[in-house]
Design a protein around this ligand. Structure first.
Ligand code: GDP
Ligand code: IMO
Ligand code: MG
Length: 420
């Protein structure tokens, strides 16, 4: 049995909570994309963690955690996070690193500042796009290179030389020393030198056991480098297709594709957002939902649920089941709105455009529904307030996919599961 957990919006849908919940009985949990730009909140036995690189299954002793080839790894972030989790658990979890995963090196963060993408696109400033650029331009450094330190030193010296010629005035680049970078990376990676693996084979073997293997996505479909709101996107494949390229497996054995969506919409960073609420309702969603970035602490922009975007994300991923999070945050509103179409150039359309600039021209067309005063905290589906139940049914109807999980709080217990 294999399940992919995939974000269907602009990230922060609650993938960490859902993966952690499903990982209890898993053999393996695999992070397949992104890097420490991700922030996945997990509440493990009452203690809150914001995980950036470690898969959310790392908290269970029976689980093997894997960082796959499509991830960009900052060893400093990984090691600090690992030590924090190990202190909490009282032992170090099993963590395998794909030999073809790329490393984020000290010059990547410097480059991101020099290129100005932090202010232009509102990136997380974690060196993500420079690390992926190096990968694509054949000048990246991979986890497996740590096993050949002399070659690694030469590779980094060559890359630094190129960068210094490109940015001759940059003192920070001038001050970097390849030997020190290699020494630093080897020190950080030391506990995992025996855990560098061909992740494709490891995952294939795990899938063959028939036990539960989870694939944890970072970011969300609308941030996908190819299919998101380009150029206001991240630098990798965030959709189901990313699993195949990250792991060198074809995805047909991953039958369950759980799409995670909030009951409303959020976005952190720049980019178009047709249902954004800049009024008091938006502010109250942010306040009630605690909508501040897990990685950067930035306030998240909030708005009504966008069903045009959700339908698109469901199609891109081949979603089989939805996990609807943060339904509690909408409690107490007299009415709730959902965007069911866009108006653009005098026409109404239900198509999600392929570029950020086209999306910026779209105006949301809303359907308004009655809200609910009562709490959505429920043990069974029938206990949901009637209007909340109708809201869930509308999402199912619009997407053609059943809602199998409703989340009404950050803790794992605050989840309602519907037997499908
Ligand atoms: P991820 O990146 O998709 O894992 O999501 P984040 O962890 O960045 O953001 C989700 C936030 O919502 C976190 O603070 C979670 O603790 C919180 N959260 C998750 N599910 C719920 C829910 O159903 N209700 C409420 N109120 N908070 C939730
Ligand atoms: P999780 O996994 C929300 C956004 C950034 C920025 C854009 C590009 O927690 O859902 P990057 O640093 O990736 O080059 O920034 O993507 N972004 C996220 N937004 N949640 C995330 O991850 C994000 N990862 C990147 O805010 O707009
Ligand atoms: Mg997040």
């Amino acid at each position: 049995m294999a399940t992919a957990v995939l974000g269907l919006q602009w990230g922060d849908e609650g993938k960490g909570k859902i993966t952690h919940l499903l990982a209890r009985s898993a053999l393996m949990v695999v992070r397949f994309n992104g890097g420490p730009n991700a922030g996945h909140t997990v509440i493990d036995r009452g203690v809150k963690f914001g995980t950036h690189l470690l898969p959310a299954g790392v908290f269970y002793s029976g689980v093997t955690s894997v960082l796959a080839g499509g991830v960009v790894i900052d060893l400093d972030v990984m090691r600090r996070e690992y030590e924090e989790v190990a202190r909490h658990l009282g032992h170090g979890p099993v963590l395998l690193l794909a030999e073809n995963a790329h490393l984020i090196l000290p010059y990547h963060r410097i480059l991101e500042e020099l290129e100005g993408s932090g202010s232009r696109f509102g990136t997380t400033r974690r060196g993500i796009s420079p690390a992926y650029c190096d990968k694509i331009a054949h000048v990246g450094v991979r986890v497996g290179d740590l096993l050949e330190p002399e070659q690694l030193r030469e590779r980094i010296a060559w890359r630094l030389d190129l960068l210094r010629r490109e940015w001759p005035q940059c003192e920070e680049l001038r001050d970097l020393d390849p030997t020190n970078i290699v020494r630093g990376q080897l020190e950080l990676a030391e506990p995992w030198m025996g855990c560098i693996v061909d992740a494709s084979r490891v995952v294939e073997q795990a899938l063959a056991t028939g036990d539960e293997v989870l694939f944890e996505g970072a970011q969300g479909a609308l941030l996908d480098v190819d299919w998101g709101t380009y150029p206001y996107v991240t630098s990798c494949s965030t959709t189901f297709a990313g699993i195949g390229t990250s792991l060198g497996i074809e995805g047909s054995s991953i039958g369950s594709r759980m799409g995670v969506t909030k009951a409303y919409q959020t976005r952190v960073g720049e980019g178009p957002f047709p249902t954004e609420l800049t009024d008091g309702i938006g502010a109250s969603l942010r306040e009630r939902g605690g909508e501040f970035g897990t990685t950067t602490g930035r306030p998240r922009r909030c708005g009504w649920l966008d069903l045009v975007a959700l339908r698109y994300a469901v199609r891109l991923n081949g979603i089989t089941e939805l996990a609807l999070t943060k339904l509690d945050v909408l409690e107490g509103l007299p009415t709730v709105k959902v965007c069911c179409a866009y108006r653009v150039g005098g026409e109404t359309t239900d198509r999600f455009p392929l570029s950020g600039d086209r999306l910026a021209e779209c105006e949301a067309v809303y359907e308004e529904l009655p809200g609910w005063k009562d709490s959505v905290e429920a043990d069974t589906w029938d206990e949901l307030p009637v209007a909340a139940g109708r809201y869930v049914a509308l999402i199912e109807e619009a997407t053609g996919v059943p809602v199998g999980l409703v989340s009404y709080g950050p803790s794992p217990e605050e989840t309602l599961r519907r037997p499908l």
